[in-house]
Design a protein around this ligand. Structure first.
Ligand SMILES: [Zn+2]
Length: 358
């Protein structure tokens, strides 16, 4: 499937972010092509003029076999004041209005544009051959095909992130490839839900207030998060992973990968690892091995997967507490790895225990 986005000057800046946002939701079989509009710029467009832009691109291109959809994204206003439409006479050609979303309180037009673009593509793909626009619901029901004549109802539509049973039945009835269509609709719904989550984020802290929490490093190097009266064991594996996390906790301003190759930090990291997680061998041999890896430039490659694994596990475990998740996750700022947790929320009992320096 090829989607051509022809944009006027004012809309051009939105095209890269729009494609970058939508593309990951769909397989590589959905291809976007960005084209500049080089004709006369207008502040008011008739539908005939809007459809003519997509039509010109279509007839002027050498198209390989496959599906091709053409959209003109423009900044002006349009004849019937629609957000966008396909041309019933030529249903793989349409337009999308790129301005005015701030009037509905939507500060970033990329999200409503992504929603409406893929809604129109879906209409073109499954309802286009009917040569009319009667797939729209006149009364809003929270479906992608709500007509939203009362424009403010667009908010309800976007928040619903839904395709109603009637439209799903019609889509299912209009396909000869059930597997591909199910895959497409699933991806479309994922996109809609993402648009909803970006546009209407819910911050539970606004309602429940700030949670009191602190992180305790126990004497045996266990990492325990105390949230209100609950204990949550952080999902960080014993071994190098935990030694790395603890080393980062001890450096409030963060550490670069290069810092870990410095003797002082390297020893600090290896000591935590050796003292709490290693049962045999000497510290010296561990240290020499690390020095060798630094020389061979393989040391950093060992740390990177530990960082990404910890990030993922922390995010999953703390999903219900985004503020705590943010404070405890490992951020990367200009090459510096850091855990932004306020250190007054950290009880570090590690140094109070007996260090076994070998
Ligand atoms: Zn519907």
């Amino acid at each position: 499937m090829n989607i051509y986005l022809i944009s006027d000057d004012a809309s051009a800046v939105l095209m890269q972010p729009l494609v970058a946002y939508i593309q990951p939701f769909f397989s590589t079989s959905v291809r976007f092509h960005i084209r500049p509009y080089t004709g006369e710029l207008k502040s008011y467009w008739t539908w005939e003029e809007l459809f003519a832009v997509g039509h010109r691109e279509k007839v002027g291109s050498l198209l390989p076999p496959g599906e091709h959809y053409f959209f003109f994204l423009f900044h002006g206003s349009n004849e019937f004041n629609w957000f966008g439409s396909l041309n019933p006479e030529e249903p793989n050609v349409g337009f999308l209005q790129s301005r005015g979303w701030e009037n509905f309180g939507f500060s970033d037009p990329v999200y409503p544009l992504a929603y409406h673009l893929m809604t129109l593509v879906t209409a073109m793909k499954f309802f286009g051959r009917d040569h009319n626009l009667d797939f729209y619901h006149e009364v809003s029901r929270g479906c992608m095909f709500d007509f939203t004549e009362v424009r403010a109802e667009v908010r309800f539509k976007l928040q619903s992130a839904h395709v109603c049973p009637e439209c799903l039945s019609k889509i299912a009835g209009n396909t000869s490839d059930r597997l591909a269509t199910m895959d497409y609709v699933q991806r479309l719904l994922s996109l809609f839900r993402s648009v909803r989550d970006y546009m209407f984020p819910i911050d539970l802290q606004e309602y429940f207030g700030e949670l009191d929490y602190r992180l305790v490093i126990e004497q045996d190097a266990a990492l325990v998060l105390l949230v209100e009266n609950h204990k949550i064991t952080l999902p960080i594996s014993n071994g190098k992973e935990k030694a790395l996390f603890i080393t980062l906790l001890k450096h409030e301003n963060g550490l670069t990968y290069k810092d870990f190759e410095r003797d002082s930090v390297l020893k600090e990291f290896l000591l935590v690892y050796y003292n709490y997680f290693v049962n045999q061998g000497s510290f010296d041999s561990l240290y020499r091995q690390a020095k060798q890896q630094i020389e061979d430039r393989t040391f950093r490659k060992q740390l990177e997967p530990l960082i990404s694994r910890m990030r993922k596990k922390l995010q999953e475990t703390l999903a219900a507490y985004p503020h705590i998740s943010e404070a405890l996750s490992i951020h990367s700022r200009q090459g510096t790895l850091l855990v932004p947790l306020q250190r007054k929320r950290l009880n570090d009992n590690l140094n109070k225990s007996q260090l076994r320096v070998g």
